[in-house]
Design a protein around this ligand. Structure first.
Ligand code: CS2
Length: 487
């Protein structure tokens, strides 16, 4: 079986498994930080369509900030990989040609610097996950985050995304080369504004003379990204091979649905609108719907699903106790916090979500979605919780989600099966969560005292009481009983 690679490209075009364009002629116009599966199913797929429309300025160089595994899988394939879109009835396979190369920053720092400083690069996109921004609970740079602390000491050899952006934007300025636009594509509120604040906060400390220039000249548009992309499995490799006949060591699996909304920004950029990207003046309504409905529901399905022994989101979304609870949570506590808007109806949005959640062909693991929840709550649940509290509106469902997450952190499901907790705060969180059964109220008190998670809510007695009540309900009657009582 021949390995996927540049030599296969003409044949893939002929067989209809790749878009027809001369990919080796593409310039590297985009750098992407965080070359994981989500980016390969999302921004790279949109960019592939732009390249195929004839604009060859927009080849992508991917950069992995931490590990070399994506590079090591993709380099032997000349950056090619198969995108498998699946739902309960269809499977389509397309090889994406937009990715020219992947660099591993810890091993190839000079090549990364060179790429980020190249004048042909006009856009830097990022999917580095919520926890890698170095965002503190107060919304500013967390000076103690390991990579940020390192970069503050050694700003010329950065490890963090913020450090790389600041160092190379300033190097471009010194070389009289126009800056690139920075496009954050992670599920953070105001992701562009947030990244801008972090980069400026960092630059103000290490490059104070140039921070003002940076503030005035670099665009950080806000964006909303949406596509469900589970982890690749061995079955995907088999399916890719069956579709086009080549061995692909690293295919990506995703749902058919995809959305990318980007705030309009000045400067040279790919015409992604040709591929269906929406450019708007204000992404906020899209962002609120995405984070507060899709992502908040996802986290609830993940934690309760894992606790009730469901391996996948589709199974959790079909559970007779989880499904009605999550649907009520969306309808009663989350959707009412969205600003009314003519072109975005919360009910219609919510109705579209359920078929996506129940797409069993995706095999989206509850444990995958439950990772890093300590960094996700502040983006997904806490804004609605704060707003409802300020208006004195009930928050029982949101409180049960937090209680469910605390129970999840105990690392043992309701059937007694154990699982690891994958979270940047796993150490302190699992220590505290160990007392969920013996001392639920004390456990809630101690979790809220971690202000890295709850920020200003740490002293909100009413919220803590609500969460403690729900954790007590779980401790006395189990997860199912608590879900039934809350719906
Ligand atoms: C998920 C998201 O893993 C998670 O936390 O909620 O990655 C989700 O699949 C995407 O945001 C969908 O666009």
């Amino acid at each position: 079986m021949k390995r996927l690679g540049a030599a296969a490209w003409p044949e893939l075009i002929r067989s209809g498994h790749a878009r027809a364009y001369p990919r080796t002629n593409a310039a590297s116009g985009i750098i992407h930080l965080g070359a994981g599966a989500f980016f390969r199913a999302h921004a790279a797929a949109y960019t592939d369509a732009v390249l195929a429309s004839g604009d060859l300025r927009w080849g992508i160089t991917g950069i992995s900030l931490r590990r070399p595994d994506v590079r090591d899988a993709l380099r032997p394939q000349d950056g090619l990989y198969t995108l498998l879109e699946r739902d309960n009835t269809t499977l389509t396979a397309r090889v994406i040609g937009a990715l020219r190369d992947v660099l591993a920053a810890p091993l190839e720092g000079e090549a990364v610097r060179h790429a980020l400083c190249s004048p042909s690069v006009h856009v830097v996109t990022l999917t580095i996950t919520e926890k890698a921004y170095g965002l503190g609970a107060d919304g500013d740079l967390d000076l103690d985050a390991a990579a940020i602390a390192h970069d503050l000491r050694d700003p010329q050899n950065p490890r963090s995304a913020v450090g790389w952006l600041a160092a190379t934007l300033i190097a471009r300025h010194a070389a009289a080369c126009a800056p690139y636009a920075v496009i954050a594509c992670d599920n953070l509120r105001d992701n562009g504004d947030t990244l801008r604040r972090l980069v400026l906060g960092y630059a103000g400390r290490v490059f104070p003379a140039q921070a003002g220039w940076l503030a005035d000249h670099v665009a950080f548009p806000n964006t909303v990204v949406d596509r469900i992309v589970p982890r690749t499995t061995a079955a995907d490799r088999v399916d890719a091979q069956a579709a086009h006949g080549f061995d692909d060591a690293t295919p990506v699996r995703c749902e058919p649905f995809t959305q990318w909304v980007i705030e309009t920004f000045p400067g040279i950029r790919p015409e992604w609108e040709r591929a269906g990207v929406l450019f708007v003046d204000d992404v906020r309504p899209f962002e609120d719907a995405k984070l507060r409905l899709l992502n908040a529901a996802h986290t609830a399905l993940a934690c309760f699903g894992a606790l009730l022994g469901h391996a996948t989101i589709a199974e959790a979304a079909a559970d007779p106790d989880i499904a009605p609870f999550v649907q009520r949570l969306m309808a009663d506590e989350l959707a009412p916090t969205l600003a009314p808007r003519r072109d975005l109806d919360p009910q219609a949005y919510q109705a579209m979500l359920w078929p996506r959640f129940t797409n069993a062909a995706l095999g989206h693991a509850t444990q995958q979605v439950a990772t890093d929840t300590s960094a996700k709550l502040a983006q997904r649940h806490l804004p609605a919780l704060r707003e409802r509290r300020a208006r004195d509106e009930p928050c029982r469902g949101l409180a049960l989600v937090i209680a469910g997450w605390i129970r999840y952190l105990a690392g043992r499901d309701e059937n007694g099966a154990t699982y690891p907790i994958d979270d940047p705060l796993a150490g302190p969180l699992t220590t505290i969560a160990a007392s969920w059964l013996s001392d639920p109220s004390g456990c809630v008190e101690r979790i809220f005292a971690l202000d890295a998670v709850f920020g200003s809510l740490r002293d909100d007695t009413a919220v803590k009481q609500d969460v403690a009540r729900q954790l007590n309900a779980i401790a006395s009657g189990g997860v199912r009983a608590a879900l039934r009582a809350a719906r």
